[in-house]
Design a protein around this ligand. Structure first.
Ligand SMILES: [Zn+2]
Length: 163
């Protein structure tokens, strides 16, 4: 079954996602499976709940595209970041054909919960760090295509954030 994603310029992508409570209910567990399926179907390396229509603070990631079991991140929070950052182009499954030039920290330490609610603290580098920062932006209603020359520009797509 083909899963449709929420796409730019849908204002839904501009909403802020809400904290996920534990234990997860059946619906949320199903949603996580659904998100993984959607990510592989669309050949992405990460996908946030909001991209399939749910304002929940969680995303899945599989930067190696193992097509097996993606990592699940719930209620993620960056607690440490590197001084060094790198500007590079990023695309988004919710904005096909577009890209943004985005400055990201090359190393981040993330605190998040797994599907059991277990709290995990882990450090990520390079592509994984970039992908996580991209997905966390989704939870805040930000998109990579909002960035200009590395920096976030709130005004770039302002017309559609005013509701
Ligand atoms: Zn995206």
């Amino acid at each position: 079954m083909y899963i449709k994603l929420v796409k730019y310029p849908d204002v839904f992508l501009r909403s802020e996602s809400k904290t996920v409570s534990f234990p997860l209910d059946e619906k949320t567990k199903q949603l996580i499976k659904w998100m993984s399926k959607a990510m592989y179907q669309h050949n992405g390396i990460g996908l946030a709940a909001i991209q399939v229509g749910y304002q929940m603070r969680m995303f899945v990631m599989d930067i190696n595209r193992t097509e097996e079991k993606p990592q699940v991140f719930i209620n993620p929070k960056i607690i440490k970041k590197s001084k060094e950052s790198l500007t590079d182009f990023e695309g988004c499954l919710s904005a096909p054909g577009k890209r943004g030039e985005v400055k990201r920290y090359i190393r981040i330490t993330l605190k998040y919960q797994d599907e059991e609610g277990e709290e995990i603290v882990k450090t990520f580098y390079n592509l994984a760090a970039r992908c996580i920062q991209h997905e966390i932006d989704h939870l805040e209603g930000k998109l990579c295509i909002d960035y200009e020359k590395g920096n976030y520009s709130r005004d770039k797509h302002k017309s559609q954030t005013v509701v």
